[in-house]
Every structure is written in C-alpha cells, then in structure tokens.
Ligand binder design. Structure first.
Ligand SMILES: CC(C)(COP(=O)(O)OP(=O)(O)OC[C@H]1O[C@@H](n2cnc3c(N)ncnc32)[C@H](O)[C@@H]1OP(=O)(O)O)[C@@H](O)C(=O)NCCC(=O)NCCS
Length: 333
C-alpha cells in the first residue's frame, strides 16, 4: 500500500508567509570563505513556471531517482503521463537562464496538497556538517515565492527523500516544520513463504462479502483516515489482489490486502490488526499469508511503506526480513 502522508494536529500553526521571503532567521549558513568560493551572483535567477507536460514530469522523476526505489503517486516504477494525468498531477519546471535545473510535481491526496517530488541544483553539503551557499538560499526562496506562495490548497506539504538535498535545503531555508516520514522497505519473495500460522485462538480465511465494513472501520481506527466500505469492497476483490481476514473465534480482528503490481514482479499490501489483538502474532501471520499470495500471483519482490515513527511496522516488517531502502521526510507549510 502506498500510504498517505497522515494528518497532523489541526491546532498546529501554519508558518507565516514571511518565512518565504526572509532569510534572516536562517539557522545554518556557510562561513564567508564557503560563500566566497560559491559566490554565484552572476548566475541567472531561478525561474519556476508551470508546465502541462506530464510525460516530461514522468521522465524527470525516473531520471532524478535513477536506480533508487521510489514511491510517487502510489507507484514504485514505470511512471508515465497517463498515471500522472489520472491522479491530477501538477508540474513546474525550474530554469536558470536557458538551463533546466529542477522540477516539482504535486497532487491532492486525501485532503492534503503534496509536492511529492522536488528536485533542483544544490551547491551545499548535507552531512554531519550542513552548509548552504548563498546561491542555495536564492534557489530555495525562489521556489517559495514562485511556486509555494501560489498554491492555495491547505494543508500543503513538501517532501523529499533523504538523498534529496534540494528538497531538504528548501525546508531548512524556509524553516518548514517536519511533519511526517515514510520508509520504503523491500524483500524478495521466494517459494515457501507460507503457510501462515496464526497464533492459538485465531484463524485466517479469504475475504467474504460483508468484510469491507470491518476494513473501513478498522482503517479509520488505526490510520485516522477514511476509506469507504464500497472502496474497500472494490479493492479487496480486484483480480490483482488477494485479501485475508484474521478471526478470533468468529470476530474479525485484522486483514491484509496483497496487491500485485502490473510491472517488475512487484507487490505491496495494506495490513491492520485491531488494537485489542495486536502484539499476539496476528499481524505476522497475515503478512506471511499476504506474501504467500503475492508469490502465487507471480510477484517476486514485496515493498512495504510505512511511517518512520510507526515502531510496530518497523518491528513487523523487520521480523519478516524487509530491509529499509529509502526514507522520505514531509514538511508542512
Ligand atoms: C503493524 C501491525 C499490523 C502489527 O500487527 P500485530 O498483530 O501487532 O503484529 P505481531 O503481533 O504479529 O508482531 C510482529 C512483530 O512485530 C513486533 N511488534 C508488534 N508491535 C510492536 C510494537 N508496538 N512495538 C514493538 N514491536 C512490535 C512483535 O513483537 C513481533 O516481533 P517478533 O516476530 O520478532 O516477535 C499493527 O500494529 C497495526 O495494525 N498497526 C496499525 C496499522 C498499521 O500501521 N499498518 C501498517 C502500515 S501499512
């Protein structure tokens, strides 16, 4: 499952727009020597413009994420204009003079407007020591004033993978508060994952009509978000999906929907267990059943995405040999 950013406390203050235009409060700047070495005042001002060319957006995403696992618009590979159009992508290009130096790709997702991809040139250093050049500040402020300021939707988030210095430079320069994080982990799937062994007192079965109301309720309970029963019914019964339900006696207590992606032999899932039945081995058994189903459907690699601060998911996926591959940070405007 490609998870959504998640809801922040509604009482948090939105940063004032002055933060986009004032660099005075910037915490981390290079020393004068650093800045002199990178005195790029002769370089043209970054210019951001909106573009309808979503085929170009897809190509740029593939290029800037080259050889890295990504999650963009709920996809892990093979982005194309159709996917971005169907999910209502909005796209901006950055030029410095005639040179294309960056891009941003955003969409509305479950009540948030999220700049999911944000790449650009960055001269500074992100490591144990963090340095940003004057030029980096100019670039960050240009994105703030030319793109962010023009977006009316709220809540508004930007995100960047931890290898994306530009996105993190923008967040730092504009003093954007951290909002949430997303881990992408994976593992190969070989024969013999299953059969799943539920703990004593629990059983597993495949989806049966009527389960969708339970999925919807549990989803709201553990993810603080809403997916309707109808949507769950469609999702759980798609031909590319296998859905398992965990029972305690006759009571439904958990589910997993394992989904085979149409490319690269990939699969992923959504999994949840009722809070009263967690930490008893039910989630692990459901995950084993989901991995087995993915294998039967022809997937050979499983991807899990989960929040960085969700300790239970780190433990669950770690216990089934998933290895984290990439982490995104979300920042709140
Ligand atoms: C993640 C979730 C499905 C785990 O279900 P569960 O039934 O509690 O999982 P299990 O009891 O099978 O535990 C699996 C492993 O994770 C560990 N674990 C589970 N919850 C943990 C927690 N809160 N803290 C630390 N470790 C935890 C268990 O000890 C076990 O490790 P082990 O196999 O090495 O002993 C459940 O916590 C949940 O529904 N969370 C909310 C929804 C969610 O986050 N879904 C995943 C995102 S797609």
């Amino acid at each position: 499952m490609a998870v959504i950013p998640g809801h922040g406390p509604s009482t948090l203050q939105r940063p004032s727009t002055e933060r986009f235009s004032s660099g005075k409060s910037l915490e981390i700047m290079g020393g004068s020597e650093w800045n002199m070495k990178r005195n790029l005042t002769a370089v043209p001002t970054p210019s951001w413009t909106k573009s309808p060319d979503l085929a170009l957006a897809a190509r740029l995403c593939e290029k800037w994420n080259s050889s890295k696992l990504y999650e963009i618009f709920w996809e892990y590979a093979r982005l194309n204009a159709n996917v971005l159009t169907e999910r209502r992508g909005e796209f901006w290009l950055c030029h410095e003079g005639s040179k294309l130096t960056g891009f941003a790709l955003a969409r509305s997702v479950r009540g948030h407007f999220v700049v999911e991809e944000l790449w650009g040139q960055f001269d500074g250093v992100f490591g144990d020591v963090i340095k940003m050049s004057e030029r980096d500040l100019v670039r960050a402020r240009a994105f703030g004033s030319q793109v962010l300021r023009g977006i009316a939707e709220r809540p508004l988030l930007i995100r960047g993978a931890t290898d994306n210095c530009f996105a993190h430079g923008v967040a730092r320069a504009l003093k954007l508060p951290w909002f949430n994080g997303l881990v992408l982990a994976d593992r190969t799937i070989g024969a013999g994952v299953g059969p799943a062994t539920p703990p004593d007192g629990y059983t597993l079965r495949f989806y049966a009509p009527g389960d969708e109301a339970f999925f919807s309720l549990l989803y709201r309970q553990v993810f603080s978000d809403t997916v309707s029963s109808e949507k769950f019914e469609d999702w759980a019964t798609e031909s590319k999906c296998r859905t398992h339900v965990a029972l305690h006696g006759s009571e439904r207590v958990g589910f997993i929907i394992a989904e085979k992606r149409p490319y690269d032999l990939l699969g992923d899932f959504i999994i949840a267990v009722s809070p009263l039945h967690q930490r008893r081995g039910v989630g692990g058994a459901l995950l084993d059943a989901g991995l087995d189903s993915l294998y039967e459907m022809g997937a050979r690699r499983a991807i899990a995405d989960y929040r960085t601060l969700n300790g239970a998911t780190h433990a669950l996926y770690g216990s089934r040999n998933f290895k984290p591959r990439r982490t995104y940070n979300y920042f709140w405007i």
